[in-house]
Design a protein. Structure first.
Length: 299
């Protein structure tokens, strides 16, 4: 006999899926959504249809933790074709060959990549889901409008050259939230006097979620839900953890603050709070020296 309505309402957790090429991130969420109804499902960090790899989907109460997943470092393997450009910055758009394009050396590419690491400003692509005056940028671009998005601060942890045989360049990239990998390729190529389009993209990890142990869509079945749906604390594995007493849990549930010893507190950083049974019950936020209150109540 299947779970009752009330039991299904309480379904919560996290699953990371290896998204195939040619489908949208929303398509993958819809697969999960059908299996966990009436619980809600949402993803952390869109992948374009061209891209494959790790897509983290949060279910039920875990949807409130999506922001924590999105903050985690993301790892990609990206392939670019040099000496080419397209309005979408990838091979999904109309690709134009640059006449007499220079052929940069591997050393020049490595040097250019190092200049793109750290805290940098990046101009997002015109073909993106960012909104301009209430409309999606890609809708304006498709309508023939000139779209120039303002540069945004991003963090690029590392760019490693994996393979280079002109015109094809493969990079391993580790970056923070909000980074457009195809625009990194664009800027790297422009700094070398040429252009680039992205021809393939694989997200190999988001924080602790690895492609190597991700689920494929066809493996997701309702009867196997306890196997593929991880507890929601997987979404906040990077946060320092603290175990609370029942009295402390009751106090924060009433909107009051609790005092934590310096050894368990983490300064200004949020804390993942667990009960004695190891269940995630709240995200705590510093409310003053040694004092914490609930930022999110999860029970």
């Amino acid at each position: 006999m299947g779970p009752s309505h009330s039991q299904r309402m309480q379904i919560s957790g996290v699953v990371h899926v290896d998204k195939p090429a040619g489908v949208t991130s929303r398509d993958v969420v819809n697969v999960v959504q059908k299996l966990v109804r009436p619980a809600r499902a949402g993803h952390a960090g869109t992948l374009d249809p061209l891209a494959t790899g790790v897509l983290v989907i949060c279910v039920g109460a875990a949807t409130r933790l999506i922001d924590y997943v999105q903050r985690a470092p993301k790892s990609y393997r990206a392939t670019f074709q040099l000496g080419r450009s397209s309005p979408t910055e990838d091979v999904e758009g109309e690709v134009t060959l640059l006449p007499a394009a220079p052929r940069p050396t591997r050393d020049a590419i490595v040097a250019a990549a190092s200049r793109l690491t750290g805290e940098i400003l990046q101009r997002p692509p015109a073909y993106s889901a960012l909104k301009v005056g209430g409309r999606r940028s890609y809708d304006l671009a498709r309508a023939g409008r000139e779209v120039e998005l303002a540069p945004r601060a991003i963090t690029v942890h590392s760019i490693d050259v994996i393979n280079y045989e002109y015109p094809e360049l493969t990079l391993d990239i580790c970056c923070g939230s909000g980074t457009y990998v195809r625009s990194l390729g664009r800027d790297l190529a422009e700094s070398l006097g040429t252009a680039a389009v992205m021809s393939a993209l694989v997200r190999t990890a988001i924080g602790s979620f690895q492609q190597a142990n991700a689920w494929r869509c066809e493996q997701l079945h309702k009867e196997r839900l306890p196997e593929w749906l991880q507890p929601m604390q997987a979404a906040v594995s990077a946060l320092p953890a603290v175990t609370l007493t029942q009295e402390q849990i009751a106090t924060i549930a009433q909107g009051q603050f609790i005092s934590l010893a310096p050894s368990t507190a983490a300064g200004e950083e949020d804390l993942a709070a667990f009960n004695a049974a190891g269940q995630l019950v709240a995200i705590l936020k510093s409310r003053g020296p040694g004092l914490y209150g609930a930022k999110l109540n999860l029970i």
